[in-house]
Design a protein around this ligand. Structure first.
Ligand code: FAD
Length: 367
């Protein structure tokens, strides 16, 4: 039962945001920056965000060479360029808003190792021409760097200019602090179970169901959006990673993409974080279940050994997974569904860079 005070003062908001991941908080920040007078409330089901934003690899990236080529094939040049631009722009917004230091942003290099005996000279030129006005000389080939990075596997090494890495924990802490400073209210432990007109119904483990009223509602719960809106066309996709214990004399620095981005490796100080393998079992990994798949984890370890040579020694310290959202193409869904409702979901494997742009787009829509 609600009190008089709760009913009259605490259940109304101008803008309700469903989901407190990086996108939900970026949307909250953009709306508050544009409309300081608006009351903005984020509803997050868990004590800590429980999707992808606190569980990812921290690549601040726009698309590796083979990923962009695959996007050109599936979406065409114009859409592939637009997506790269959105990611590039989004990262600028987040870096400017929060500051590089507070998100642990470094530019140690973004690389891709492609399969042996494939000639990418023309393809590289196509990609570079596409993004020349915002990412000049985006992709360059540099096989000499392989030795410097300690990479022993066959294949050509490409470098993507402007790609960096963030400390995922620091980024989330920083965007949360920023949103709170702007006056955003974050209600954790508040799972949204229905949206009906202006009512946002949440389930609270102590109180049961409560209806909040909002003028505008923005759905930012990414892979979990289908439970509220089955018509939103997306599929969940689990991402699995592990992090090693510190490795002495580790020469690898930066990000490395393999196999169209299905595998990804970075250093976290003197550790390696390695992940991916969703392509080993697409159907099985199309899930919102956070459990680990042992077989994929083992194949990830094998992959890492092949990359640095069989003599390479490492010990896994921790493994975890997160849930992403995918669709037929890689374009995020950022749309107004009704006078009161917008959605911003389907961030794929690159929500870190995208989030800044998505926030701005939604703030424009709310206007
Ligand atoms: C292993 C892994 C590695 C990745 N690596 C990278 C990377 O290196 N670079 C990169 O750019 N991207 C990476 N990603 C993808 C990136 O993390 C996502 O694109 C991004 O975090 C999406 O943010 P989001 O806020 O849209 O979704 P989420 O982070 O999933 O946030 C959605 C939030 O909604 C909440 N929620 C769900 N349902 C409800 C409900 N009914 N009511 C209230 N709250 C709800 C969830 O608890 C969650 O906190 C990776 C993802 C994974 C899993």
């Amino acid at each position: 039962m609600l009190s008089f005070w709760e009913k009259t003062s605490l259940l109304q908001t101008d803008v309700a945001i469903v989901g407190g991941g990086l996108v939900g908080l970026s949307v909250a920040a953009s709306v508050k920056e544009k409309f300081p007078e608006k009351h903005v409330t984020v509803f997050e089901r868990s004590s800590l965000p429980y999707g992808a934003s606190t569980r990812n690899a921290g690549f601040a990236c726009f698309g590796s060479l083979t990923e962009v080529l695959s996007d050109i094939k599936t979406m065409g040049e114009e859409a592939a360029r637009e997506l790269l631009f959105q990611r590039w722009m989004g990262l600028q917004i987040t870096r400017k808003r929060l500051g590089d230091q507070s998100i642990g942003f470094t530019e140690e290099g973004g690389f891709e190792l492609t399969a042996l005996n494939q000639n990418f000279t023309d393809a590289m030129q196509t990609v570079n021409r596409l993004v020349d006005d915002f990412l000049p000389d985006y992709v360059t080939q540099n096989n000499e760097l392989k030795a410097q990075l300690g990479v022993k596997a066959d294949g050509d090494l490409f470098r993507m200019q402007g790609e960096g890495q963030v400390h995922t924990g620091m980024l989330m802490k920083s965007i949360e602090r920023y949103a709170l400073q702007l006056g955003v209210v974050i209600r954790t432990g508040s799972e949204v179970i229905a949206i009906e007109g202006s009512a946002v119904r949440i389930k609270d483990s102590f109180r049961g169901e409560i209806d909040f009223q909002a003028d505008q509602i923005v759905v930012c719960n990414n892979a979990f959006a289908a439970s509220l809106f089955p018509m939103v066309k997306l599929k969940p996709g689990r991402g699995q990673v592990f992090i090693t214990k510190p490795i002495s004399n580790l020469s690898f620095r930066g990000n490395l993409h393999l196999d169209e981005g299905f595998y990804y490796l970075r250093n976290v100080d003197d550790r390696l974080l390695f992940g991916g393998g969703r392509n080993i079992d697409f159907k099985g990994e199309e899930t919102t279940n956070f459990e680990l798949n042992e077989s994929i984890q083992q194949q990830l370890e094998e992959h890492l050994k092949n990359l640095f040579g069989r003599e390479f020694q490492f010990e896994v310290e921790q493994r975890w997974s997160g849930i992403m959202a995918f669709g037929e193409d890689k374009m995020p869904i950022v749309d107004r569904i009704s006078d009161q409702l917008c959605v911003a979901v389907k961030m794929g494997g690159m929500g870190i860079a995208l989030a800044g742009t998505i926030g701005e787009e939604i703030a424009e829509m709310i206007q």
